[in-house]
Design a protein around this ligand. Sequence first.
Ligand code: GLU
Length: 474
Amino acid sequence: MTVKTRFAPSPTGYLHVGGARTALYSWLYAKSQGGKFVLRIEDTDIERSTQEAVDAILEGMSWLGLDWDEGPYYQSKRFDRYNEMVEKLLAEDKAYKCYASKELLDEIRAEQEANKEMARYDANHPKIIAVNDAATEGEPCVIRFRNPKEGSVIFNDEIRGNIEIANSQLDDLIIRRSDGSPTYNFCVVVDDWDMGITHVVRGEDHINNTPRQINIYKALGAPIPTFAHCAMILGDDGAKLSKRHGAVSVMQYRDEGYLPNALTNYLVRLGWSHGDQEIFSQQEMIDLFSLNTISKSASAFNTDKLLWLNNHYMKTSDPEYVAGYLQWHMDNQNIDISKGPALTEIIGALSERAKTLVELASSSRYFYEEYEAFDANAAKKHLRPVAKQALILVQTKLLACEDWSDATLQQVIQDTADELEVGMGKVGMPLRVAITGAGQSPSLDVTLRLIGKERSISRISRALEFVVAREAAQ
Ligand code: GLU
């Protein structure tokens, strides 16, 4: 048997991180089994589905690197097939037409509630029987699935174990509305059958649908897939993760400066584990993943851990990979990199300190363009008249420097300090503020090298002007 899984989002908004985790688990399971992964867009709810949401899902999936082997299939293009299956069930008397109006159903429900009975559709209610007997062909009606009345539905969820629901708990589900549109539970079954899905991995919010769907599989004579229902993701306060906890859309994580490999590593661990290992390459995830090691309990989202992973991946991933994503943020922050160092150099120099690509981009600005003004505190502390001599001497030496390499630049700073008989800091700090505008930067040799000779020299002149003006004002 070839394993085939799917991700089946409804395109009504952005790609939520919870959905992305479900997609990841589904994708990983397919990969781990040498199987196939299908993407299906569940857009039968015409009112709520939008093209914008479809695009957001495809963009989010691609950004995460969750490629699909088949699809995207669109349910809205499969109505003929659903109708064909509805007709088949009608012909076999496994489904029936019901003409009861909404008003009548409301009235029956109120009656049931008043009698403290379970509020549900009851095909044997005398009023419903009467309406259906009196109806004539052509009147508006819904099609209901004839759910078995006896026994129970038992299935073995890969995550939650054995689940049993008595058929007496399940009423006759509408499979086609009076406007002719098929309903979710029916379409899902026809699709999963037609698409050969062997394993359904989805959120636990669908667990109540599963017994209903299993009865439909049986009625259609379709093989029943294996199910795995994933627990919810919670915010740090224990409530279901939502916008008020921060980012929930995958693309918002991109915007906030996360790398896709950090987010996927974070998401895989949110509800799945392999011992106490935290870092997983994509291949390791594929090799180690299994459905029955997914946790039954809900997991709390922890942004600090995600930031830690993001920093780890910025530092340790192939710089070319990181550069691809950093470029997006440089563009976003209007930093033109054409007249400065390669992004891979920036990553090497600055990723240690940055937690996100947004920080990495903004902290790299002075490598590409003039800083606007000196950081006030840094200038106050380090661009004092006593720094003048050091700045003049180091500038002279840098100007004469022909080999603009880390080692030589380091030597120039050392020689300046030696010649002036001062500590390295007395040269280094004014120089740092001069070339970067601020009091913090990577090591000076690397910083000088990446800023380049011409820019470094002119920035030292700028700092000297500042020092001279300050001196004059004293
Ligand atoms: N379309 C459903 C949703 O977005 C998922 C259906 C399923 O996975 O079976 O919640």
